[in-house]
Each structure stands twice: as C-alpha cells, then as structure tokens.
Design a protein. Sequence first.
Length: 172
Amino acid sequence: MKFIYALLLFLNACVILNAYELENKLKTAIVGKVAKYVTWSDETHSEFIITVLNNQYGEMFDKVYKDKKIKSKPVVIKYVESVEDVNRTDILFISQVNGDEVEQILKKIKNKEILSVSDLRGFAQRGGCLQLYFVGQKLKLKMNLESVKENEFKVDRTLLRVVDISKGELQK
C-alpha cells in the first residue's frame, strides 16, 4: 500500500513538473512570436538579440531559438545576471527579481528601445512593456501601452487585439 501511495505521489510530481516545463516553453516561444508584431525604429542590425536577465529557464531559450530567425535575422540569446551587463538587445526577458528590482531595471533601460518582457506578477503595471501570465491553462499577454509608446515601438493591430491593456496603476 505504501508503495502504491509513493508511486502515485511520484507520478503526480512528474505531471506537475512536465506542466511547468511546458508552460515555460510556451512563454519562451511566445517572446519570438510577439516580436513579429513589433517594429523597432532601428532594425538595421544583423542579429535579433534576446537577453535573459536572471535566467530560470535553463537552456530553454537556446533550444527554442536554435537555428531560428526573427524578422529574417538569426536569433542570438544572451544571459546576464545584472542589468548593468545588458548591451544592445531587442528584447530583455526579466525573471526572478523582486518588485523594487523591477523598477530599477526598467529605469535603466528606459528609452533604449528595448522591449521588456517578463512573467513576473504586476510587471506591466510597474512599467514593463509585456507581461506573460497564465489563467487556468491559457497563456495571456498584458501590454503597457505607455511603456511601448515611450520606447517608440510600433505595435501591429493584430497583437493589440489579443493583449490585455495595462493601465500602469503601479507605476511611480
């Protein structure tokens, strides 16, 4: 009986871990999909760079974007531990930081034409461009249009139809 109980616990843990990994893979993939509907004022660079700050996804970004192109450019994934290490990048994916750190990071990249993306709770309200979150088993997107406009991005109407718009009520 104990064996069956232990086996059921193990199987349940495997299902939860698999679902968590699937959610992370979906979040990782949606970053590139969203980029197709955003226009940067300077798209003359030869590479499309996604920088991951405080990586919690292991090699997921590398696996998803290996040999892929965004906007007809090869994708380069960079990993950094500090916003100070962010050089030229198209997208900054921010994970595993607290609320105060989010605001400091967003201040440092403000007006640098970096699309900030995160799965952190309240990210769009704090001034991030795009927040990824799940409701039930569906991935949702929340966009802060003020941040998008400040960074002079042009967003295709197709994307605007599927995102929730954040009012930015947590911004200071």
